[in-house]
Design a protein around this ligand. Sequence first.
Ligand code: NAD
Ligand code: MG
Length: 390
Amino acid sequence: MQHITILGSTGSIGVSTLDVIARHPERYRVFALTAQNRVEELADQCVRFHPQLAVVGTSEAASRLQQLLDGKGVATQVMHGEQALCEVASASACTTVMAAIVGGAGLAPSLAAARAGKRVLLANKEALVMSGSLFMDAVKTSGAVLMPIDSEHNAIFQCLPQDYSRVPEAHGISRILLTASGGPFLTRPLDTLDSVTCAEAVAHPKWVMGRKISVDSATMMNKGLEVIEAHYLFGVPADDIEVVIHPQSVVHSMVSYVDGSVLAELGNPDMRTPIAHALAYPERIASGVAPLDLMQIANLSFMAPDFARFPCLKLAYDALRAGGSAPALLNAANEVAVQAFLDERIGFRKIDALIAQVMDALPVCNVDTIESVFEQDRLARDLAEKLILQ
Ligand code: NAD
Ligand code: MG
């Protein structure tokens, strides 16, 4: 029996995780659920899944959750704040953590789970982008099991040998082919991109996701973050990670071997597949995802990304090549820029411009402690905010 903490249970990944878990009550029990502020939804989840603990962002949200649970026959203990997130991610009664908070806010609890040697199902790519080798070292030292949830990385994991050692050449691996849908603006005339609305940017053609990752998909920063994520997860250098645009989102990524073989994982674009895979690995369980109907899909197409259309992808490659604090700076500037776009404080094309300004202004330094990562993150956020106000 796995006892699961879901960090970010009210989000898109959190809800899909509960959907898979509910199909297999004999295998999985919910230990803790967390949400920042959608308290009503969290209360419904507590009534349905009876976690021992629930964590929200503030004491006001905690009181509200407690009120909603009173008289419902639920023994869930309510907590709040970042320290509580780290506690439920590392508690001895918890075996498995779904890390599905969005953004840098997920780093501390995801890292706490890794340090505590949990089975960590990592959706929160920003945490790995920020802390890279520090995170991977924590996994190694504690003996945690790290399972990728991002569909591309989960696909790559499935296409790698079972005994993969994070040294690609030792296994005859030549390249990783990371597929990308291209998002909602793949073919939109370039000179109209500056006037796109939030509603247009978050309307992803293939995947239903949270707002931040949806905007990241529209700029292709999501793919850039995933290139960095793939580098840290699988030990593959930037030059050997190739982004391939594949609008149907059926091939979730591929691994290319020196003998010319290319292994791919295919499926319908539904996150319950990688979630079920990561929960049950090395076994397989039903996820609720409809079987793939290739006759109906009929055509799969592939093309190279255009860096002029998607400058964020280039900025991410540059950050990975620069190393040190650069990926953390990139991620922080992007989070601020995307939030400002969602708040209608800046236009769509200002997102990449702002990130480039922050990357140009701040020197890259070594980050060998988690405190230094947070310090660089803070510097980049402060500068990005300042540049927005100018
Ligand atoms: P979402 O916005 O739908 O949900 C985010 C969750 O995090 C919510 O439960 C929210 O309450 C919680 N949260 C937000 N801010 C918080 C804070 N400051 N402190 C604590 N909790 C906070 O996001 P999502 O689409 O589910 O994405 C979650 C993560 O998974 C992201 O890192 C995203 O990149 C990654 N991911 C998502 C998908 C997808 O299909 N949605 C696919 C691949 C990877
Ligand atoms: Mg992805």
